[in-house]
Write a protein that binds this ligand. Structure first.
Ligand SMILES: C[S@@+](CC[C@H](N)C(=O)[O-])C[C@H]1O[C@@H](n2cnc3c(N)ncnc32)[C@H](O)[C@@H]1O
Length: 217
């Protein structure tokens, strides 16, 4: 057995984290708050994925970003810290309590000028936003991912990106049982066949579908 096989994925992730530039210092406070006060704190994207989100934002030059699933603001803050001055991230969440915690952290970080938080059901809110986005990060209720996809694709610029979190769903997509397992597996299949987009299922953390719009409409 090679040494690689004796190491766990967590060890490798820790090494990777230790050898990556740190995130905004306030994110440690968001993490601590979420672990202590939020239910299901594991929903937070965490350092590695936060760093990846930042890299994608800077590499793609994203200017107008939409996020579905604010929670306590970890990923929102990562995005807001990466996009340039004058750019904007609109983040939607149905939960007013976690959104209020997110608003507090965004103010503490001094990034309130580039973040707009909207509280409510994303299926109703997205159609009311008459904007073109460069990047959309989807990390909310899994059964609606395909609905979010169809809602945001027309609002995405040509060449723009959609990132879907949790698309490996702890491996459950390979043997789907629940409604969520099936929804995510069906979407992985659909994206791979969909001529409107290019896509790559990145096996980072719980799997991120990186989707690029390749049609002009
Ligand atoms: C996985 S968490 C988001 C984690 C966040 N991206 C982070 O890194 O901290 C999912 C969020 O989606 C929100 N959500 C669930 N259903 C929703 C809906 N129908 N509309 C808007 N938000 C929803 C939940 O309230 C929850 O905060």
């Amino acid at each position: 057995m090679s040494e690689m096989n004796t190491m766990g994925i967590r060890d490798l992730e820790n090494y990777s984290r230790q050898h990556s530039k740190p995130l905004h210092p306030l994110l440690e406070q968001v993490r601590e708050y979420t672990l202590k006060h939020a239910s299901s704190p594991q929903m937070m994207v965490g350092e590695l994925e936060g760093k990846f989100l930042q890299l994608i934002c800077t590499l793609s030059g994203a200017w107008n970003v939409l996020e579905i699933g604010t929670f306590t603001g970890y990923s929102t803050l990562c995005i807001a810290d990466a996009i340039g001055r004058g750019s904007k991230v609109t983040s939607i969440d149905i939960n007013p309590d976690t959104s209020s915690a997110a608003a507090n952290f965004i103010n503490l970080a001094g990034l309130q000028d580039r973040v707009r938080l909207i509280v409510g059901p994303a299926l109703e809110i997205v159609p009311t936003i008459p904007e073109v986005f460069d990047l959309v990060f989807i990390d909310a209720d899994k059964v609606n991912y395909d609905n979010y996809y169809e809602l945001v694709l027309p609002k995405l610029r040509y060449g723009g990106l959609i990132l879907f979190d949790n698309m490996l769903w702890s491996g459950r997509v390979m043997n789907p049982q629940s409604e969520e397992d099936h929804a995510l597996h069906r979407l992985n299949q659909k994206l791979t066949m969909d001529s409107r987009v290019d896509n790559f299922l990145l096996p980072l953390r719980d799997g991120i579908q990186v989707v690029q719009k390749v049609v002009r409409s």
